[in-house]
Design a protein around this ligand. Structure first.
Ligand code: GSH
Length: 251
């Protein structure tokens, strides 16, 4: 049995959901309410000590970290495969995955929180925010502290957007040999970057590729046409559905 602890709006959960749907796997939906801190309860922390979603439980074994989960699912349920068969190509895909985890996956959190999620904490004063929100998070305490209730400093948001743009630059080059990042086949490399690009659209920042990276726009359109995509993003998966997006004051 496969159980997925996840949240609809969570970019990391979206990666795992698309892999499950691409493979037509049956899974039990264990939705976690992040706003209610359900990911910080002792029961959840026993599954995932990082206090983040997603967590996959397969026949009683907890697997954590979205990219690890994606690779695990691809190994255990290899049809259709989302990994090239050739070891050199597989190494190339893993190099993409590591880059995409280190650069855009980390970067997208900054505009996501700055433009939307930080609003959840607007009513708290600085002390309340630190003790009730930041300090209780095992993995993201300092990220939350840097953000505070007001959002990030302009420089940090701009640096994150720059990292996202550098990602698009690399994607644009790779997609010359598309239609997917690794060429002919849709792979885990496409899966890992998908939520960052979709989140930019959700935040009203699609102009970032519309202005200079047409192949990224075409790739995103192809991705949206995959049957698994619509299943991955049901109603309630976008931040803009549930909260007002705060435009960047300086843009
Ligand atoms: N490296 C982890 C990161 C997971 C992660 O950051 N999840 C976010 C949602 S996308 C989360 O649970 N955040 C909880 C919080 O902000 O307290 C993974 O890829 O699974």
């Amino acid at each position: 049995m496969l159980e997925l602890y996840h949240a609809l709006t969570s970019t990391c959960s979206q990666k795992v959901r698309i892999v499950l749907f691409e493979k037509n796997l049956q899974w039990v939906d264990r939705s976690v309410n992040l706003a209610a801190n359900e990911h910080l309860t002792p029961a959840y922390l026993a599954l995932n000590p990082n206090g983040v979603v997603p967590t996959l439980v397969h026949d009683g074994h907890a697997i954590v970290d979205s990219s690890v989960i994606c690779e695990y699912l691809d190994e255990v349920f290899p049809t259709p495969s989302l990994t090239p068969a050739d070891p050199v190509r597989r190494a190339e895909m893993r190099a993409w995955m590591r880059f995409l985890e280190e650069v855009p996956t980390a970067a997208i959190r900054v505009p996501s929180f700055h433009m939307a999620l930080a609003r959840r904490f607007e009513s708290l004063d600085a002390d309340g925010f630190q003790t009730k929100v930041a300090d209780i998070r095992p993995l993201r305490k300092h990220f939350y502290r840097r953000m505070g209730t007001e959002g990030f400093k302009q420089q940090e948001v701009e640096e994150s957007l720059d990292e996202l743009e550098r990602t698009m630059e690399r994607m644009e080059t790779a997609l010359a040999k598309g239609p997917w990042l690794m060429g002919a086949d849709f792979t885990l490399a496409d899966v890992v970057v998908m939520p960052s690009i979709d989140r930019l659209a959700d935040l009203g920042l699609a102009k970032m590729w519309e202005e200079g990276y047409p192949r990224v726009g075409d790739w995103y359109a192809r991705l949206q046409a995959r049957p698994a995509f619509a299943k991955t993003y049901p109603k309630g998966s976008r931040l803009s559905e549930g909260m007002k997006i705060r435009p960047l004051a300086w843009a």
